[in-house]
Write a protein that binds this ligand. Structure first.
Ligand SMILES: C[C@](O)(CO)[C@H](O)COP(=O)(O)OP(=O)(O)OC[C@H]1O[C@@H](n2ccc(N)nc2=O)[C@H](O)[C@@H]1O
Ligand SMILES: Nc1ncnc2c1ncn2[C@@H]1O[C@H](COP(=O)(O)OP(=O)(O)OP(=O)(O)O)[C@@H](O)[C@H]1O
Length: 312
């Protein structure tokens, strides 16, 4: 592959159609049965050559751009530096993020930008890094980053980074209701552990069995059956997200009242996800949610879609 002068990568957000959370491990992570589903709502990351010696510079546009850190902590910047270090080259690049994924919303927005930056810099610098190596670098950046490279629908084991693609038929229609303000992922996992301790079940790996993927959920995905999928959606972090943000219950109820087949918190929240029967159903649920006053905005979208891909 030859180096390029400008590379744009499109990358999807995710919703977890099953988020089974096992016990707290000694390393501070939880073992998961995490069924990721990539949706068309996504960010774009454009890489252009940076000033030699200046390293990674960043820009961000979009309604929530002010919430995105433009320092070294940005996952896109960390990804560019990690890829450059792996190849022993200087990480001189400018990355421009067009942000549509809610920030700190439980849809893996930062992880998506990290995956997009890996793909964009790989093409810009003409590195041709094999996918298995990109997946390893992605796992170093965060548990959700490898899936953003892959897209589609996949089962994540371990802390979510050990991926297995899953068969799926057709297109499912979703609505995402964006909340005012985000939730911290570690805080939601901590609240999940606190609720388990308070219920007397314990929170450690010795007390909580590692969950397995639901056979009914996998069958619904493979059959392309939204009604069956609606009956199988689960999120073990939902109680914790609702405990930290009780008002989310009103949003979930408003979507169900508007005709959604199912409602659940997306990942660690606070974005709420609604499965609809078809595209028209999704549009009408989104309109009703927007009018309900229980969320800041609601977007109809669909999936599954591919992972981080060069568009131009
Ligand atoms: C909630 C999910 O979005 C579901 O896909 C992910 O599990 C979170 O993935 P992520 O944001 O990429 O998380 P990471 O950046 O890897 O970890 C952030 C923090 O979340 C918690 N964490 C994350 C993943 C995991 N399997 N168990 C955890 O307990 C840990 O406190 C960790 O320090
Ligand atoms: N490129 C980025 N976009 C958004 N946030 C970023 C980015 N890089 C770093 N961050 C930081 O990460 C925090 C979490 O943001 P993110 O949007 O990834 O949350 P999330 O979608 O809830 O994550 P996940 O679903 O993977 O747990 C933000 O509050 C911000 O400080």
């Amino acid at each position: 592959m030859t180096a390029k002068i400008r590379v744009t990568v499109r990358v999807p957000a995710k919703v977890n159609v099953q988020l089974g959370v096992g016990g707290l491990r000694a390393d501070g992570f939880h073992d998961l049965a995490n069924v990721f589903f990539a949706v068309a709502l996504g960010d774009e990351v454009t890489a252009t050559p940076g000033t030699p010696g200046r390293g990674v510079t960043l820009g961000c546009t979009g309604p929530d751009a002010h919430q995105v850190p433009l320092d070294d902590s940005n996952l896109a910047a960390r990804a560019a530096r990690l890829l450059a270090a792996h190849h022993g080259i200087e990480p001189d690049v400018h990355l421009e993020i067009a942000k549509a994924i809610p920030v700190a919303g439980g849809m893996a927005g930062g992880s998506a930008d990290g995956a997009a930056a890996l793909v964009a810099c790989d093409a810009l610098w003409g590195l041709d890094t094999p996918l298995p190596v990109l997946l390893e670098l992605a796992a170093e950046l965060g548990s959700d980053v490898p899936f953003a490279l892959l897209g589609g629908v996949a089962l994540g084991r371990g802390r979510g980074e050990l991926l297995e693609e899953l068969p799926v038929t057709g297109t499912f229609h979703w609505v995402f209701a964006v909340a005012d303000g985000g939730l911290s992922t570690p805080a939601v996992f901590r609240e999940c552990d606190r609720l388990r301790e308070a219920a007397g079940t314990g929170a450690g790996v010795d007390r909580v069995p590692t969950p397995d993927p639901s056979a009914a959920l996998l069958a619904a995905l493979a059959a392309g059956d939204p009604v069956a999928l609606a009956e199988s959606l689960t999120n073990d972090l939902q109680a914790a997200a609702l405990s930290l943000r009780p008002a989310l219950a009103d949003c979930l109820e408003a979507g169900l009242a508007a005709g959604a087949l199912a409602a659940l918190v997306s990942g660690s929240g606070p974005t709420c996800a609604f499965l609809a029967k078809d595209a028209a159903g999704a549009e009408s649920v989104a309109e009703a949610l927007t009018a309900s006053g229980t969320c800041r905005a609601a977007h109809a979208t669909h999936g599954p879609v591919p992972g981080a891909r060069v568009t131009g």
